[in-house]
Write a protein that binds this ligand. Structure first.
Ligand code: SF4
Ligand code: SF4
Ligand code: FES
Length: 259
């Protein structure tokens, strides 16, 4: 690939060797190439881990899998904004480009965090559709094309954590467990709308009616602004408020009938 030796990319990366180690900033200067994204610059640094002042350093640790904004693994703070390193083009950024790890997840090393709590919240809200076995179940209930198009938009969530990072009501990595964040609530809406998934709607709704569930949203609307997949998170949360209200009446009637 052609390079322009007169152009360099200035990058500042927040480094931390382990969760308990002190953090430090390191400055890099990388030769510019056309169409570079943040991951491609990180790859250059990994191949040649030398600081702007000529000192050798350790290769920077980060995570990436799909390289096409589908897995969410490369999410980090880029110039202070949570976004994907694989789809962020260098030429669109102000320099020096500042890279930091997400702050609401436990740090593993450098730019890599552990997003496990997002997946635990998906387990908590039963974010899947049950089947009875691995045998052929025959054709399932049909969904209209219109409803499938609608559901597809919600299904694009890649558990990247941008909404969790931006939400003022989720806790930082070192804080106590709290509000599950908007993404799992939107997944409840998705799976409750599926004709088969609707059979477990009550399970999902009861799972978001506790302390870390839908009542934790303060309607600050940050989440919907940062979602890279443009998922209508606040509309999903409003729908979850309606569905949980109905569910609470059902629960009350159920306990009344059981007496
Ligand atoms: S809802 Fe959007 S911002 Fe939140 S985890 Fe899913 S894709 Fe990321
Ligand atoms: S609308 Fe709710 S979930 Fe979204 S950022 Fe605000 S408080 Fe968080
Ligand atoms: S590597 Fe998968 S979203 Fe960036």
């Amino acid at each position: 690939m052609a390079t322009d030796s007169s152009r360099i990319i200035k990058m500042r990366i927040k480094r931390q060797d382990s969760p308990d180690a002190p953090s430090r900033w390191e400055d890099f200067e990388i030769p510019w190439k056309p169409n570079m994204n943040v991951v491609s610059v990180l790859m250059e640094i990994r191949a040649h881990p030398v600081l702007a002042n000529g000192q050798t350093t350790t290769p920077v640790v980060w995570e990436s899998v799909c390289l096409e904004e589908v897995c969410g693994a490369c999410t980090m703070l880029i110039n202070g904004v949570a976004r994907q390193a694989c789809s962020t083009l260098i030429d669109s950024l102000e320099q020096p480009i500042k890279l930091e790890p997400l702050t609401k997840f436990p740090l593993v090393r450098d730019l890599k965090v552990d997003r496990q709590k997002l997946f635990e919240h998906l387990k908590q809200v039963h974010a899947w559709i049950d089947i009875d076995g691995v045998f052929d179940l025959g054709p399932g209930p049909r969904m209209s094309q219109h409803k499938r198009d609608w559901a597809y938009e919600l299904s694009k969530c890649m558990t990247c954590g941008c909404c969790f990072e931006a939400c003022p009501n989720t806790k930082r990595a070192d804080g106590p467990a709290n509000f599950m964040g908007p993404a799992p609530l939107s997944q409840v809406r998705l799976f409750n709308a599926h004709p088969t998934g609707a059979m477990h709607a009550g399970v999902r709704l009861n799972a978001i009616m506790n302390d870390n569930g839908v009542s934790g949203c303060g309607n600050a609307q940050n989440c919907v602004r940062v979602c890279p997949k443009s998922i209508p998170l606040t509309t999903s949360i409003a729908d979850m408020n309606r569905q949980t209200l109905k569910q609470s009446f059902k629960n009350a009637l159920g306990s009344f009938g059981g007496k």
